[in-house]
Design a protein around this ligand. Structure first.
Ligand code: TXA
Ligand code: MG
Length: 539
């Protein structure tokens, strides 16, 4: 292909220039909220042919067509299935691509000979402005060289596309970081062909049902034909081989530490930087906190690409848990490792249960105990340790001598000492959590239950979330919670309210927990949700 100068464009003026170039049949890389896309007029077969050439993309892998307004949709597809209108209303503009029967406006090269086409309305303001100004539906695959991780910055895009395309519009770092969810709308109900930020649960909630193609989780079986042609290619792979470790973060960090050899690079969660970066010269990059799934998605591709500029011989990586919004990032992680992973899970499932007081934790744990789960209530463990654990007593005596009378901790005094002193509270927590974690591990080791529930009000603050295969947050309405606290603890309303006010908001749990259960309706409804949770995740 002919070498050309690739200019970098910015802002409205850049969008205007990009739109002109596109309308003239040129290739321009544009920012979207997911990843940068390599765009051309989707109706222009010769421009689209140059996309394949610039990327080195196999001809049998169809492109996604990007639109800015609903009116553009109708001309591009034979008909819009009713459910597609519902999903468009709910998730567009945004990271969702819907596959529908294509119209004659889409040339065969764009759809790689398929009778269908994937359409998406991106939410990035510059992408929308460029599409609108150009007047073209834009075919745009991710703007990487085929096989490499997708670019999430203009700089990464330039690295792959310099000299091959007319321009790159710099719209900053992508906020989502992994490509859109691709969902096939040609069947009776939506089928996810490629997971992304719009999850199966979100789609099912909007239209009643949805399923995910098995190949997204485990790769293709030998001889299996992929529903999304792109799924069959080695993908998202940096030069050095990626070795993936899956399981509770504490377990994967330990396994990586044992496997590390000189020359290895590491991708780990923020919490484990001190452990895994012990030796100064080691190449260790952080994916963000272990619970921060949005951050894992944002950083993953950029970090994988960064290793290509190092001498790393292998990349040992902690894989995040694959729940909810993280399904997309985990799918890309597994693809980058060729679906080979070291399984660090034990032969049991550990679920960390958390939520505010009165949210229904004990209801849930007692229901699951009836199904055979081992339930460990860390508050109860702590109170027992206060009576029996010499180390804990000594540590409290050293830091809070006023709270120890005749060799016993006075819980009331201790509570008062830390009540309005945040620093003291954190110190007490650090002391207590270490002992509770040690005791919890002992109790787990003594049991052979296949399902363990850790009831931990401060699941994330204590770091016990990192021992878990799954974290479950319970959310309840305020009045229901107050009523449950009043019934259970026999305190007055004012104290129940101030206790709730001191605890985190719903958003705290929404942001961190793998799965949420809402306890806002009747008791029967909550019990049904518990049963559903058990059947879906714990068996
Ligand atoms: O977020 C995104 O979707 C980004 C940005 C730029 O919008 N684009 C993107 O495009 O990821 P690309 O070409 O890298 O990935 C398109 C995926 C491929 O796996 C392809 O096989 C699948 O979507 N796909 C496209 N059209 C399809 C169709 N008609 N039927 C099934 N799968 C299709
Ligand atoms: Mg791609």
């Amino acid at each position: 292909m002919k070498e050309q100068e690739t200019v970098i464009l910015r802002g409205h003026a850049g969008a205007k220039k990009a739109a002109e170039l596109l309308a003239n049949g040129e290739l321009v890389a544009i920012p979207t909220e997911t990843v940068y896309g390599l765009a051309a007029d989707a109706r222009d077969a010769s421009a689209v042919a140059r996309i394949f050439e610039a990327k080195g993309r196999p001809q049998d892998n169809p492109l996604i067509v990007h639109i800015a307004k609903m009116e553009q949709l109708e001309g591009l597809v034979r008909q819009v299935p009713p459910m597609a209108y519902v999903l468009a209303e709910r998730f567009w503009p945004g990271p969702l691509t819907m596959v529908m029967e294509k119209s004659d406006a889409i040339p065969d090269i764009t759809s790689a000979g398929l009778s269908t086409v994937g359409i998406r309305m991106p939410s990035h303001p510059l992408a929308r402005e460029i599409i609108a100004r150009s007047g073209c539906p834009l075919a745009a695959p991710s703007a990487n060289t085929s096989g490499k991780p997708s670019p999430t910055t203009a700089r990464d895009t330039l690295e792959d596309m310099k000299g091959r395309i007319a321009a790159i519009v710099d719209g900053g770092a992508c906020t989502v970081g992994v490509e859109s969810t691709v969902v096939d709308m040609t069947g009776a109900y939506p089928k996810i062909l490629r997971p992304g930020a719009i999850t199966e649960e979100m789609i099912a909630q909007a239209v009643g049902c949805a399923e995910t193609d098995g190949a997204t989780l485990h790769g293709l079986a030998a001889g299996e034909k992929p529903k999304a042609p792109g799924m069959k290619y080695r993908h998202y792979a940096p030069k050095a081989p990626v070795q993936l470790f899956e399981g509770p973060p504490d377990s994967t960090a330990k396994a990586i530490l044992e496997a590390l050899q000189p020359g290895d690079g590491v991708l780990c969660f923020e919490e484990y930087l001190p452990l895994l970066a012990q030796k100064k010269k080691r190449l260790v990059y952080s994916l963000g906190w272990s619970w921060d799934y949005a951050e894992h998605s944002r950083r993953l591709f950029a970090l994988l690409r960064r290793f290509d500029h190092t001498k790393a011989k292998r990349i040992l990586a902690q894989c995040p848990r694959a729940y909810g919004t993280n399904a997309g990032a985990v799918n890309r992680f597994r693809k980058s490792a060729g679906f080979q992973c070291t399984d660090c899970r034990e032969n049991r499932m550990v679920v960390g249960v958390t939520g505010r007081s009165g949210a229904g934790k004990s209801l849930l744990t007692s229901a699951l105990a009836k199904q055979g789960a081992l339930v460990l209530d860390t508050d109860a463990i702590y109170h027992q340790l206060l009576e029996t654990d010499k180390t804990l007593l000594e540590q409290i005596m050293a830091r809070f001598p006023q709270a120890v009378e005749q060799g016993r901790v006075n819980r009331r005094t201790l509570g008062a000492l830390v009540f309005s002193d945040e620093e003291a509270r954190l110190e007490l927590n650090a002391i207590a959590h270490a002992r509770v974690i040690a005791r919890t591990k002992e109790l787990m080791a003594e049991s052979d239950c296949r399902l363990v529930l850790l009831d931990v009000p401060l699941l994330f603050e204590s770091g016990m979330d990192r021992m878990c295969d799954l974290t479950l947050g319970l959310l309840a309405d305020r009045e229901g919670s107050i009523q449950r606290i009043l019934r259970r603890d026999g305190i007055d309303r004012e104290r129940a309210e101030s206790r709730l006010d001191a605890q985190p908001s719903d958003d705290f749990y929404r942001e961190r927990c793998d799965v949420l259960l809402e306890n806002r309706g009747t008791l029967e409804e909550f019990q049904q949700k518990i049963q559903h949770f058990y059947e879906r995740y714990c068996r």
